[in-house]
Design a protein around this ligand. Sequence first.
Ligand code: DGP
Length: 112
Amino acid sequence: MTTIFDKIINGTLPAEKVFENERILAIKDIHPVAPIHFLIMPKKSIRDLQSVKSEDLALIGEMVQVAQSLAVKYDIVDGYRLLTNSGPEAGQSVFHLHFHLIGGRRLTHELG
Ligand code: DGP
């Protein structure tokens, strides 16, 4: 299935990019919930966290490293949240794996 994020990755839809290499893209979320709200995604089509296979684990690790370096670059190392919604019951709305990197304000404990 082609998602909005596939179109952003292949350049047919615009997005504000904050990081890109051959494997990973990070963009600003269109509906930010905090001053910093980025979406870090693999360019490979993976539906959700539940679909990650063992051969994808290096990619997942690299996505975490991208989150760490963006946290440094955007000065949020004192506190940020890195999360993914896996599946519709968790609120996933775009079915291309992505991590939300959220910070830049004091975050409450409400996750649900
Ligand atoms: P989730 O609900 O976890 O699947 O998160 C999807 C996020 O994607 C949501 O926070 C809004 C964001 N989003 C949806 N469409 C677009 C878009 O076209 N551009 C950008 N930058 N973000 C989008």
